[in-house]
Write a protein that binds this ligand. Structure first.
Ligand code: IPM
Ligand code: MN
Length: 353
């Protein structure tokens, strides 16, 4: 029995979370385990009603869970950053979820915007550092609002933080056992401090992994290669900011944000799973949003919890639904409603061997 905290959040978050938890209960019933879900109403509505973002007492409760599941955070009536920093980044940092794991995989039947590229070309994983870099919140204003204003936003890269991320990536690459190639995505030609550290640690730690091929690319070149030659990647490791940017590009080449999921992982603590997409306010309440990213986030959670059989069932069911039933991965163009897509996934799970 697992205790899962569920944070449906804002916009379309509750709709996709509804489908993801539906799949979770179907698959857990089938595989013979139970997930007790505890729902938390953090997000824009609660903030606007009470002024509360994420109380410390809740943080302590969340720490005691087996995993966290999040729909989406971001509300059109709340200034950008308040909820994102106060909830998503706060959780990632406070629970020390130092890895953001984002698989980029094109499923059969899904069209990539990349001409001539199919599932055999697009299958790699980005390991994004998730607690440091320019996201760490180091910086400040001087003389704010004056003509002499200075805004500083510093990138924090600790030896410990860089090393644990790179080590995780090498281990992950070995376990994945595909091309056994790890690419460091950096910017050593311009950012001579941060990526000097990353580069040194990459090669030092890399000596412990003689079976893994080491590769390096500047982030701008990586963007180009992700479009021209995605088949050249197996696992990419990178810092927080670059990881944020290249995984939106990655989501796009795998068929869009409708299907892209990620895990915020603390290998020694409590991890959190979420779709890469945002709260999509314009589709809210219409039952047209694609729930597959959320469902696949649930799939990653099951795998993380060690429920490998359940995770495999969900993945297979999703692939069937994609291949046989969906016209598009985009909201409103799926040829089915949010609920129908969820129901189909449940149907395949129940009928599978
Ligand atoms: C993501 C999101 C977040 C990030 C935002 C909402 C703070 O874009 O998960 O990729 O930048 O990490
Ligand atoms: Mn992002």
């Amino acid at each position: 029995m697992y205790k899962i905290a569920v944070i449906p959040g804002d916009g379309t978050g509750p709709e996709v979370t509804r489908e993801a938890t539906k799949i979770l209960s179907a698959v857990s019933k089938k595989c013979g385990f139970t997930c007790e879900t505890i729902t938390y109403d953090f997000g824009g509505e609660r903030y606007l009603r009470t002024g509360e973002i994420l109380p410390d007492s809740a943080m302590e409760e969340l720490r005691g869970m087996d995993a966290l599941y999040m729909g989406a955070i971001g509300h059109p009536d709340v200034r950008p950053g308040i909820l994102e920093r106060g909830i998503i980044l706060n959780l990632r940092f406070s629970l020390d979820q130092y890895i953001n794991l984002r698989p980029i995989k094109l499923s059969p039947g899904v069209e990539s915007p990349l001409k001539g590229k199919g599932p055999e070309h697009i299958d790699f994983v980005v390991v994004r550092e998730n607690t440091e870099g320019i996201y760490a919140g180091a910086g400040g204003f001087l003389k704010r609002g004056t003509p002499d204003e200075i805004a500083i936003q510093e990138s924090i890269n600790t030896r410990k933080g860089v090393e644990r991320c790179i080590r995780y990536a090498f281990e992950y690459c070995r376990r994945r056992n595909k091309a056994k190639k790890l690419t460091l995505c950096g910017k050593t030609n311009a950012l001579g401090y941060a990526f000097d550290l990353w580069d040194r640690v990459f090669h030092e730690v890399g000596q412990e992994y003689p079976d893994i091929e080491k590769d390096y690319g500047h982030v701008d070149a990586i963007c180009m290669w992700m479009v021209k030659n995605p088949e050249g990647f197996d696992v990419i490791v990178t810092d927080n900011m670059f990881g944020d940017i290249i995984t939106d590009l990655g989501a796009t080449i795998q068929g869009g944000l409708g299907i892209a999921a990620g895990g915020n992982i603390n290998p020694e603590g409590t991890s959190m799973f979420e779709p890469i997409s945002g709260s999509a306010p314009k589709y809210t309440g219409k039952n047209v949003i694609n729930p597959l990213a959320a469902i696949m986030a649930g799939q990653m959670m099951l795998e993380h919890l060690g429920e490998v059989e359940a995770a495999t069932l969900v993945e297979r069911a999703v692939m069937e639904v994609v291949r046989k039933h969906m016209k598009s991965m985009d909201a409103g163009k799926m040829g089915a409603s949010t609920t129908e897509v969820g129901d189909l996934v449940v149907k395949y799970i129940c009928s599978m061997e």
